[in-house]
Design a protein around this ligand. Structure first.
Ligand code: SF4
Length: 551
């Protein structure tokens, strides 16, 4: 089903809020924890685990970690246990969580607004090399994730990251996650409004604050004043999208209640225009509603989208105004359609100040520690101190003088990155997958990388914007429902009846111009080995049979 910003996708049928009194909503007086997660969050604020990591666990080792901290509260500091190596996807659902746990951690570094200095990137590169076996992945929420982290090293890692202004605070957990921001905020020549002050204000006032450290589930934020609408605002819990009000000028259109995974749902507009200096207050009001009215009984119904589905945008706005802001919001117009099919800023583009930014494409977000340090050195050698990450697992180097662009592009090429990548390299994303993720059923990163190579070899002339998103399980970390070709990892039988890795195919999803979820093609599954043949066939048919301008 397609939807435009003017005509958001129809919500799932609304149910009467009164039916949900037993959902564990605090505002309705239901404070008794209704599941294990609610219990451990009530027992001790999850942010407090940092002290125990610093004073006990890092000194006494992995076996000293309280299970509720290990599989619960440590997430609030960006730490998840990673998957024990060598356990195949068939065991994912049948083993107990502790049997899948490795004694090493994934550590997520939050990069609000995707903004990095060369010193920060170098620090992540050094941490990666010293403590993470050189691993580093750029995620589709602008973060960088490291693997193979030992609990003993976590305090030293924090020290190193925090010395350059980075943190892992609330990078995971039931709390406000990284604030996604336009990667070209403050520099793009066509910018409607720079959302950076709002990103910073929310971060400084609320991240790491106990006011919002116990939410029903994760809470995702996106802010962009770019006409490209480059923050996947449709699938965030809250999004502020740049728009010009006819009387008040540039500000933001407020969207609430998007999310993927179970019951994917596009965010809905509240029809409200928010000026830059009120974004943080409105954000806090919406998070307050989620904290107080959000459903806490079932984890699968705890995201804000379920409350939004029941309330609808009119009631949601009313509660926000009456109970949280204590004032009405201004009505405002819908944003224009995004100005480009590609929203990743890859390539060479002029900034407001006449200099250029250069966007380049790692393959499926995979980099490594030494390479991150080399990217930082390369940027510095070309007069830049600033970089950005994107929600497509890409990176930008900012502030490049025109006469340095060719040399910088050549340097990136030498590091294995392309400034003019094929649509396959540009448009393919993959989640962490079975290499490290405990929920994974199949491999994703290496599969995605080899698929790109194969498609580049087979279809050198293909130039259409295209997205291929690969998930290692039925979750939605790589946003499969919003891709032209979405691949959901699962085990299947091949022609000889052997159990092999494969994918359920979803076709025709999109965000931006024609936002909507891809259709699961009934019964259409491909084995990993058949994947290049399958994608080549789909693209061949598309080229043959497409109507003019059809995606
Ligand atoms: Fe793990 Fe599944 Fe998310 Fe991939 S989609 S990172 S396999 S939970």
């Amino acid at each position: 089903m397609a939807a435009t910003p003017e005509q958001p996708a129809p919500a799932t049928p609304r149910r009467k809020a009164g039916r949900h009194r037993g959902e564990g909503q605090w505002a309705l007086g239901h404070h008794t924890p209704l599941n294990g997660n609610e219990q451990f969050k009530k027992d001790d604020d999850s942010l407090n685990v940092r002290t125990r990591i610093e004073t006990i666990y890092s000194k006494r080792g992995f076996d000293s970690i309280d299970p509720n901290d290990l599989r619960g509260r440590m997430r609030w500091w960006g730490l998840y246990t990673q998957r024990k190596p060598g356990i195949d996807g068939g065991k994912t659902a049948v083993l107990e969580p502790e049997e899948l746990d490795d004694r090493y951690f994934m550590l997520r570094v939050r990069i609000d607004g995707g903004r990095l200095t060369t010193a920060q990137l170098r620090a992540i590169g050094e941490v990666s090399q010293k403590y993470a076996r050189g691993t580093a992945d750029v995620t589709d929420r602008q973060n960088i994730q490291l693997h193979w982290i030992r609990i003993e090293d976590v305090p030293a890692i924090w020290q190193k990251l925090e010395a350059v202004g980075l943190s892992t605070t609330e990078a995971c957990g039931d709390c406000p996650r990284v604030i996604i921001g336009s990667p070209v905020a403050g520099i793009a020549a066509d910018e409607i409004i720079d959302g950076t002050p709002a990103v910073d204000e929310i971060h400084d006032r609320y991240i790491g604050s106990k006011e919002f450290s116990n939410l029903p589930r994760k809470f995702k934020t996106a802010i962009s004043g770019s006409p490209v609408q480059d923050v996947v605002h449709e699938i965030n819990d809250i999004a502020f999208v740049g728009v010009v009000h006819p009387e008040h000028g540039p500000g933001f259109d407020l969207w609430v209640g998007g999310g993927l995974s179970t019951n994917p749902r596009l965010a809905e507009r509240l029809g409200a225009w928010v000026p830059l200096d009120e974004v943080a207050d409105v954000w806090a009001g919406v998070v307050g509603i989620f904290r107080d009215y959000g459903y806490r009984r079932l984890r699968t119904r705890a995201r804000l989208k379920f409350l939004m589905a029941d309330w609808g945008p009119v009631k949601f706005r009313q509660v926000l105004e009456d109970e949280y802001l204590k004032r009405p919001l201004l009505d405002g117009p819908a944003p224009e359609q995004p100005s480009s099919r590609w929203r990743d800023h890859v390539g060479v583009h002029q900034q407001q100040d006449g200099r250029f930014y250069v966007g380049f494409a790692p393959r499926v977000g995979r980099v490594d520690g030494p390479t991150l340090s080399k990217i930082a050195d390369l940027a510095a050698a070309h007069g830049s101190d600033r970089l950005r990450t994107t929600v497509e697992q890409k990176m930008l180097i900012l502030d490049v003088e025109p006469d340095r662009i060719d040399s910088l592009s050549a340097g990136l090429e030498e590091l294995g990155f392309q400034v003019k990548p094929s649509p396959f390299r540009r448009g393919t994303m993959a989640c962490t997958g079975i290499e490290f993720c405990k929920l994974a059923i199949v491999e994703t990163k290496a599969r995605g990388a080899s698929l790109i190579d194969e498609l580049e070899r087979r279809l050198p002339e293909f130039e259409e914007p295209l997205t291929i998103n690969i998930n290692g399980c039925p979750n939605a970390c790589a946003r499969i429902q919003t891709a032209d070709i979405g691949l959901k990892g699962q085990l299947m039988l091949d022609d000889e009846g052997n159990q092999v890795e494969g994918y359920q195919v979803h076709l025709g999803g999109a965000l931006g111009l024609e936002a909507g979820f891809g259709r699961k093609v009934r019964g259409l599954k491909v084995t990993s080995d058949e994947l290049p043949d399958y994608v080549e066939r789909v693209l061949g048919n598309f080229q043959k049979e497409r109507e003019e301008d059809e995606r």
